[in-house]
Write a protein of this length. Structure first.
Length: 213
C-alpha cells in the first residue's frame, strides 16, 4: 500500500504537489470585494483602490489644503455679508489761494491706480461750488469703508470740467492732495498722500497750490 520508499506512497505525491487553500462562500450576497472570481470590473476597482491607498502623504496634505481653501472661500463671503466692514464719514476741507475762483473738484482713490487725475478710476468724485468771496470750502465725501485712501483736488478756474495741463505736464490750475505733499517733479504719489479710514468719522485739510501759468 505504501510502496517503496517515500516517493511511492501518498506522502510521496504530496512532495510533488503545491498545497492550496479553497474558500467557499456559503452566502453569495455577502461576497467580499476581494474574493474570487475576479471580473474586469472588480479588478479595475481594486486597482484604483490600491493606487489611492498608497498615494504619498504629500498628496493627502495638498488635497486637505485645497478642500479647506475651497470651503473657506465659500464661507468668507457669507461671513462678510453678515458682518460688513464698518467705516466712517469723510469730510474734506479745501483752502483755495486768494483771489481765485471756480468750482472745486475732488477725487477719492482707494488704490494707486489712476491717482491723482483719472476720474474714471476714482472711488468718488464731484464738483463743489466755491462760496462767493470765500477762500475755503467743506466737502462731504460721504461714507467710506475702513481702509486706505488718497484724495486729490483742483480748482476748475475756466469751468471746462477738467484739470488743464501745460506742455511739460504741469497743472495750470490750483491743485492739492491729502497730506499736502511737498511739490516735486511730477504728480504726487498715492503712498505719500494715503491716509487710513477707520470706524470713526475723519476730517482732512488740503491747501490748493497755484499751478504753472
Amino acid at each position: 500500500m505504501s510502496g517503496y520508499g517515500r516517493y511511492h506512497g501518498p506522502q510521496g505525491l504530496f512532495t510533488f504537489s503545491r498545497i492550496k487553500s479553497l474558500m467557499v462562500a456559503g452566502d453569495r450576497r455577502k461576497k467580499e470585494m476581494h474574493w474570487f472570481p475576479f471580473t474586469t470590473r472588480t479588478f479595475t476597482a481594486l486597482q484604483l483602490l490600491l493606487k489611492i491607498r498608497h498615494l504619498p502623504s504629500r498628496f493627502w496634505a495638498d488635497s486637505f489644503r485645497f478642500l479647506f481653501s475651497g470651503l473657506l472661500s465659500m464661507l468668507l463671503p457669507l461671513f462678510g455679508a453678515a458682518q460688513p466692514t464698518q467705516g466712517g464719514h469723510l469730510k474734506i476741507n479745501v483752502a483755495a489761494p486768494g483771489n481765485s475762483h471756480g468750482d472745486i473738484a475732488y477725487l477719492v482713490f482707494a488704490s494707486p491706480a489712476g491717482f491723482p487725475n483719472d476720474a474714471s478710476r476714482a472711488l468718488k468724485s464731484g464738483f463743489v461750488p466755491m462760496p462767493p468771496a470765500g477762500s475755503e470750502v467743506s466737502i462731504d465725501a460721504g461714507e467710506l469703508p475702513a481702509g486706505r485712501y488718497a484724495v486729490s483736488v483742483y480748482q476748475d478756474v475756466n469751468g471746462n470740467g477738467r484739470l488743464d495741463m501745460g506742455l511739460l505736464g504741469f497743472p495750470k490750475e490750483p491743485v492739492g492732495a491729502s497730506n499736502n505733499p511737498r511739490p516735486h517733479m511730477g504728480p504726487p504719489r498715492f503712498q505719500e498722500c494715503a491716509f487710513t479710514m477707520s470706524r470713526s468719522n475723519r476730517s482732512i485739510s488740503i491747501s490748493l497750490v497755484r499751478g504753472k501759468p
